[in-house]
Each structure stands twice: as structure tokens, then as C-alpha cells.
Design a protein around this ligand. Structure first.
Ligand code: PSU
Ligand code: MN
Length: 306
């Protein structure tokens, strides 16, 4: 590990070298490792995502908080700790508190974007972004992912918006926050477990090179926001829309009954859906994360300055 100029940030040599040379680097988050899957699926998914980034010709930078430092590029042993030790779920507001008490922290999309920006990393892959939760007009549960997407110059590859959210309102807020939502080989918004939806999106690209060009133009126009690349889940594993909705409704009802609130909502609901679908939602979730990592790697590799 070498000490990065930003305080509290440790980068692996590999990541630092690639960044210094303007090479392709893809940030990966750890909340999905620690809270998105039962063990050992989270760990396996993280390792497969890193490999997909490498296969596409880029360097993976999996981010988490370990022993008072932000680590950019985790070792396998650290990833294992993330998956096993009940790491804190770390959004942007949690970075300082978790660093201050030296606990283990798994960064969300928002937390990871904050770190990527600090380090000058321009590409990032996840499963599905957070957004406006259903019922947020009463409960105010709107993910900090949206705030950071609105102010991070990062190309974010996800399988659209998690359909357990209020997708329409999330799209509205993304527009308000000046974030282009770009279909990757699709004219409609993928909904995480399903590739199809009735939501149209503002733009479409069909290749990594086109995505890279679009991002470059967005930032050359001095736009300070992210570009969201919406990549559908693999068709052979995707769930039927009606089935996905039924699973989501069931899991949200369970969450309400159990009084689950705040940061625990998303992990709880994903877990209940995995259980109720007999593992099929888990299989598509895992595959889409790895697919998104590959697409982010290809876009990074097609970008002139990583
Ligand atoms: N994508 C997945 N599984 C996940 C997540 C994304 O396939 O668990 C995580 C991301 O870290 C995202 C978080 O930031 O869910 C959203 O949490 P919340 O709704 O509490 O902001
Ligand atoms: Mn929330």
C-alpha cells in the first residue's frame, strides 16, 4: 500500500500506477458484498466483478474502510472480512465516523462515488443504484446515491434502477440532478431483475466507445454530474416483470411489518426477495453485477484518460 496524497486514503500500487499513467480504473463498491448477499455469495460476486474488469482491460479498485483508512483496492483477505464481519454500511455521512473509530466499513454507491471523486477515478460499476423509496412522500427515504450522482464526474454502470424503489420518482430526480440516463443497447430503462420496462430513457448507446464519447462530451461541457449507463441484466436469468413485482410487494410488506427503517431497508428487502424466489433473484443479481463490471471496464478502456 502506498499513501495517497488525500488524507486517510490508501491505494494499492496497481491502482495508483494506472491512475498516474491515465490508465483505465473501475471503482467497485462493498455494500453489496457485506449486505447484498448471504455469505459466500457476496465475496464470490466481488471477486468475479474484479475479474470482469480485468478481462475488459482495466484495473479494479474495490473500495472499503479498514482500520482507520479508506482502502482503494482491497485484498482478498479484506474482502473476506467485509463479507464476514458485519461491516457498517457506509454512505457519505458515515465516512468520518467509521474512520474515526477504526471500524470496518462497506461503502454504498454514494460512499464509493465520494471516494472515487477524491481519487480521480472516472468509472464505477454496481448492481442497481439507490433512489426514491416507495412511500418516500411520507417517510422521506431518498438514497444519498442520488445526491452523489448529481455531483460526481463518474460514469456509473448499473442495471438501471432497483425496482423495489419508486422508479418514476427516481427518474424525475435524476433529471433534476442533471444526470443523463443512457440505455446500453436498449431504448428502455432496465429494472434490475428485469430488462424491460415502460420507462423511456433520454439516450442510448450501443458500444463502450460510444458510451466513453458521450461521457467525455458531458464533462467537457463542464457538467459536474455522473452519467448513468443502464445495462440490462442477462436475459436468460432475468425474472418476469409480474413475478418481480409480486416478490417486491411481499418483501416490502414484510419490511413494514418488521418495522425496518433507514439503512436497513434495502438489505432486508433484497434478502427477503432472494429467499422468496428460491435463489433466482440472487442468481440474476450476481450475474448483472459481474456484467456491469465488464461493461464499466470496457468503457474505461475505451476512454482516452481512463
Ligand atoms: N446493488 C446491488 N445490491 C446492493 C446495492 C446495489 O445489486 O446491495 C446497494 C448499493 O450499495 C446502494 C445501496 O448504494 O444498495 C442503496 O442503499 P440505500 O437504499 O439505503 O441508499
Ligand atoms: Mn435510505
Amino acid at each position: 500500500m502506498t499513501r495517497h496524497p488525500a488524507p486517510f486514503v490508501d491505494m494499492t500500487r496497481e491502482v495508483e500506477e494506472s491512475l498516474v499513467k491515465g490508465g483505465p480504473v473501475v471503482a467497485l463498491e462493498t455494500t453489496l458484498v457485506a449486505h447484498g448477499f448471504p455469505h459466500p455469495v457476496g465475496l464470490e460476486t466481488a471477486l468475479a466483478a474484479e475479474q470482469a474488469v480485468r478481462d475488459a482491460g482495466a484495473v479494479p479498485a474495490t473500495i472499503g474502510l479498514v482500520d482507520g483508512a479508506v482502502r482503494v483496492g482491497l485484498t482478498r483477505a479484506e474482502l473476506e472480512r467485509m463479507a464476514l464481519e458485519g461491516a457498517h454500511k457506509v454512505g457519505p455521512r458515515d465516512l468520518a465516523p467509521v474512520l474515526a473509530d477504526w471500524s470496518l466499513g462497506a461503502t454504498t454507491v454514494a460512499g464509493t462515488l465520494a471516494v472515487a471523486t477524491l481519487c480521480g477515478i472516472r468509472h464505477f460499476a454496481t448492481g442497481g443504484i439507490g433512489g426514491v423509496h416507495r412511500g418516500a412522500e411520507l417517510g422521506f427515504d431518498v438514497s444519498a446515491d442520488l445526491v452523489e450522482l448529481g455531483r460526481s464526474q463518474v460514469c456509473v454502470v448499473s442495471s438501471g434502477i432497483k425496482s423495489l424503489l419508486d422508479v418514476g420518482r427516481t427518474l424525475e430526480l435524476l433529471e433534476t440532478l442533471c444526470v443523463p440516463v443512457v440505455g446500453f443497447g436498449t431504448p428502455v430503462l432496465p429494472l434490475f431483475y428485469t430488462g424491460e420496462s415502460d420507462y423511456e430513457i433520454s439516450a442510448r448507446v450501443d458500444t463502450a466507445a460510444q458510451a466513453a464519447a458521450l461521457c467525455r462530451i458531458h464533462w467537457e461541457l463542464d457538467r459536474r454530474s455522473a452519467v448513468l449507463i443502464a445495462n440490462p441484466p442477462p436475459a436468460d436469468l432475468a425474472l418476469a416483470p409480474e413475478e418481480a413485482e409480486r416478490l417486491i410487494e411481499g418483501a416490502l410488506a414484510e419490511a413494514r411489518e418488521a418495522g425496518i427503517r433507514g439503512q436497513r431497508v434495502t438489505p432486508f428487502v433484497l434478502g427477503r426477495i432472494h429467499a422468496a424466489s428460491g435463489g433466482r433473484s440472487e442468481a440474476v443479481n450476481r450475474a448483472l453485477i459481474v456484467g456491469n463490471a465488464g461493461v464499466a471496464g470496457a468503457i474505461a478502456a475505451a476512454s482516452p484518460d481512463g
